[in-house]
Design a protein around this ligand. Structure first.
Ligand SMILES: [Fe+2]
Length: 398
């Protein structure tokens, strides 16, 4: 016989029995026999003691529950018909408080319906009187075996969940490292673009920060913020293909030269569009010279046909062009840029975006543009600082 299963016991149930009748002190399976009829109770206890089991008896359901509270029991054998608390009522309470408890129902009625009802209430088996030791032992072994299998399934499921959880974490870390690698690469590319066009200094870095600030104020999603960050940082990547004579020409461009200069949009788009994780950024690169009234290039898009990120970028780009030293003009104060954006709201710029820009104080814009090597696109792509209402300020460590 292989009955007791320590792993199945409820650890909260411990202690020594007090006042209960032990029919044997020999180690073995601990049974609780519940029967209001003294003769049947005693007979069963003697019979099972002879089979090597340790028996405790109770005369009714209430006493049985008190015993279960005090001491661990491997299995309960309860009579179905008892006064006050019936076997079924006892079963319901045992299932509520000790769901893993083995419970056999004994009945004097050989009625399938009674047995089915007991099983429905959670009994592991039902036994028909007169009871025989081998019948009880077989039933108990079956019940313990079933519990053991259930426990093994539970253990396996828990282990599986832990494994899945650990693997998920590993994958998330790996993805974060890959994304960080992308971000670092983009930072280097952005810096290379700024170096090439040294006259505009850290232009791409500043417009990236301005754009993030505005999209954040518009409650942009993390995905939108990342796309805009990448698009803004790389918006002029196509200028790498523009001849120096045109790119660095101090005076106004001829109409032919302007046409060549404008090709940087399409060149940049073609360079980036093949890279899957830059697909959204490529759209921003393509549309970064479009204007709200359709006067931009290369497609002459109008209004909301222009991607939101590109509409935001247009404001950021204009503000930075006005407030930075250029070969053809000295930096203007932020107030001048504010007037220009307000004047062209609904004409060149999306009014909603213009309002967002105008709603942010000049001091914030001044703080964002301060040179600091600590602010990079990788911070945004890594998900840092973009959940706060003032992303750029957070990026600045404020
Ligand atoms: Fe451009």
């Amino acid at each position: 016989m292989n009955l007791p299963h320590e792993a199945l016991k409820d650890p909260s149930r411990s202690g020594r029995r007090a006042g209960a009748t032990a029919c044997t002190t020999s180690p073995g399976t601990r049974l609780l026999i519940v029967d209001d009829e003294a003769e049947g109770r005693k007979l069963l206890a003697v019979m099972l003691a002879q089979a090597g089991m340790s028996c405790t008896t109770a005369t009714n359901g209430a006493e049985a529950l008190r015993i279960l509270q005090r001491e661990p029991v491997d299995a309960v054998i309860a009579d179905l018909n008892m006064p006050r608390v019936s076997g079924l009522e006892l079963l319901v309470q045992v299932r509520q408080f000790y769901p893993q408890q083995i419970f056999l129902m004994a009945t004097g009625v050989d009625d399938v319906r009674v047995g089915m009802q007991a099983m429905r209430e959670g009994a592991d088996d039902y036994l028909v009187k007169p009871l025989a030791a081998d019948m009880i032992v077989t039933s108990l072994e079956r019940a313990f075996h079933k519990r053991q299998l259930e426990q093994e399934v539970t253990n396996y499921r828990q282990h599986l969940e832990e494994m899945v959880s650990a693997r998920t974490l590993q994958l998330q870390n790996a993805l974060a490292r890959i994304e960080r690698g992308y971000a670092d690469t983009l930072d280097v590319l952005g810096a290379a673009i700024d170096l090439r066009d040294s006259q505009t200094g850290e232009h791409s870095r500043r417009v990236f920060l301005y754009s993030i600030e505005m999209l954040n104020a518009l409650n942009g999603t993390p995905k939108q913020l990342k796309s805009l960050a990448m698009g803004a940082r790389l918006h002029d990547i196509g200028k790498l293909a523009i001849p120096d004579a045109i790119l660095f020409k101090p005076g106004p461009l001829t109409s032919e030269e302007r046409k060549i200069m404008e090709t940087h949009v399409q060149i940049g788009y073609d360079m980036v569009k093949r890279i899957a994780f830059l697909a959204d950024a490529a759209e921003i690169i393509l549309a970064h010279h479009e204007r709200w009234n359709g006067s931009g290039h290369p497609q002459g898009l109008k209004g909301t046909d222009i991607p939101l990120a590109a509409r935001i970028f247009a404001v950021a780009d204009t503000v930075d062009a006005m407030t930075s030293d250029r070969p053809y003009h000295s930096a203007l104060p932020f107030q001048a840029a504010r007037i220009e954006i307000e004047r062209n709201a609904g004409i060149l710029f999306d009014s909603q975006v213009a309002d967002v820009f105008l709603g942010i104080p000049n001091e914030t814009w001044q703080a964002i543009r301060k040179p600091t090597s600590a602010i990079e696109i990788s911070g945004v792509l890594a998900g840092i600082s973009i959940e706060n209402s003032c992303a750029a300020a957070a990026l600045l460590g404020k």
